[in-house]
Design a protein around this ligand. Structure first.
Ligand SMILES: NC(=O)c1ccc[n+]([C@@H]2O[C@H](COP(=O)([O-])OP(=O)(O)OC[C@H]3O[C@@H](n4cnc5c(N)ncnc54)[C@H](OP(=O)(O)O)[C@@H]3O)[C@@H](O)[C@H]2O)c1
Length: 334
């Protein structure tokens, strides 16, 4: 396993991170013995960052992760998040402080290594979608800083989802140490200029902008919530129907589009679509750690094997440019 520094958080993280979210679902809906076995295997392989949130299974992911790590007596980095509810926006400071205490208790820890604001960011609050403004982000970050001084959290960061312009403004505040960024084969625009006519949200090189500010970048939705496996069949632990982030209209549309990347397999650049997707994110040197949402022990093994293969070769990246150039046509015909 190779390690990278997560920007000015200073955290040294393995380039592959463990996603404990509700989409993969192992840490939310899985069998406890499989959780223990899988987390133990991850640690043995060198994975040292586990990403959860209070909203994953309404606290269940944090509770399970805390229990498993305590049982394993594991010395690893844990990141969690607070998604502010509409009724918490009148007292962001109080809500964030309360959420951190609750997460510490569920995680059975004295300190959270990385605390993140989970809300997406927009020009105006959109309570029905959980979107907050840049001013709200600033208030949360000020609270994070005060909690850091109290020793309750280590580093802190934001979520790179929402309106592109507002997200970039939140980055420009210069206060957050890390950002989570949606970055995958279906929507690579956080890490490169959008190809002409690109049909999905343009993140306008958010990863480059954040890295230039010294922020650590955490790549999320690297498998497009499973669509980049190329199949609609979801694991029993996984969320069965997931809204895509900044790609097709639904999971089925994303699965259909995922087949456009089959040439990478046919031409020998990767053994599977999931491997290609994981290695694509790892290829970006500005990404600190690449999260994969894990449903099972086998998926973790496959993610480790993909990370061991390292970045995709330059020729594969050239091939990808051709695939993306065909995207608008594909969407039109699909
Ligand atoms: N900040 C945010 O708002 C945010 C948003 C999303 C995610 N995240 C973080 O990023 C992590 C990962 O994101 P995610 O879980 O949403 O999506 P993801 O990693 O893009 O996709 C996870 C899905 O990929 C499939 N998969 C995993 N390994 C596979 C393999 N080897 N072969 C085939 N399919 C495989 C699984 O689906 P099946 O088992 O059903 O096949 C799994 O449910 C989360 O756990 C969370 O920590 C953060």
């Amino acid at each position: 396993m190779r390690y990278r520094t997560l920007g000015r958080s200073g955290l040294r993280v393995a380039e592959l991170g463990f996603g404990c979210g509700a989409v993969g679902g192992l840490l939310v809906r899985g069998d406890y013995a499989e959780m223990v076995r899988t987390v133990e295997r991850a640690i043995a392989a060198g994975i040292n960052y586990f990403d959860t949130a209070r909203s994953y299974g309404d606290g269940q992911s944090e509770t399970n992760l805390g229990r498993v790590l305590a049982e394993l007596k594991a010395d690893v980095l844990v990141g969690t998040k607070v998604q502010l509810a509409p009724n918490e926006l009148d007292d962001i400071k109080g809500a964030v402080a309360h959420a951190v205490d609750d997460s510490l208790r569920r995680l059975r820890r004295e300190r959270i290594d990385l605390m993140q604001l989970h809300n997406a960011i927009a020009a105006q609050r959109r309570p029905e979608r959980g979107w907050v403004t840049v001013a709200d982000v600033q208030a949360a970050l000020e609270t994070f800083e005060s909690l850091r001084r109290q020793g309750k959290i280590g580093a802190y960061g934001i979520n790179g989802l929402g309106d592109t312009e507002a997200v970039h403004q939140a980055v420009a505040l210069g206060a957050a140490q890390t950002i989570q960024s949606c970055y995958n084969l279906l929507n690579p625009t956080a890490g490169m200029a959008a190809p002409a006519g690109f049909p999905f949200q343009d993140y306008a090189q958010l990863i480059d902008r954040a890295a230039a500010q010294g922020m650590g970048v955490i790549a999320i939705r690297v498998l497009a919530a499973g669509a980049l496996s190329g199949t609609l069949n979801r694991h029993l632990n996984a969320a069965q129907s997931v809204a895509p982030i900044a790609s097709g209209s639904d999971l089925a549309a994303d699965v259909a589009l995922a087949h456009a990347f089959q040439p990478l397999i046919d031409e020998g650049y990767a053994g599977s679509l999931a491997e290609a997707a994981t290695r694509f994110a790892i290829s970006n040197a500005k990404v600190g750690t690449t999260l994969v949402g894990i449903s099972s022990f086998e998926q973790l093994e496959q993610a480790i094997a993909a990370a061991e293969q390292g970045p995709l070769p330059a020729a594969a990246h050239e091939r990808l440019q051709q695939v993306w150039a065909g995207f608008p046509t594909l969407r039109g015909s699909g």
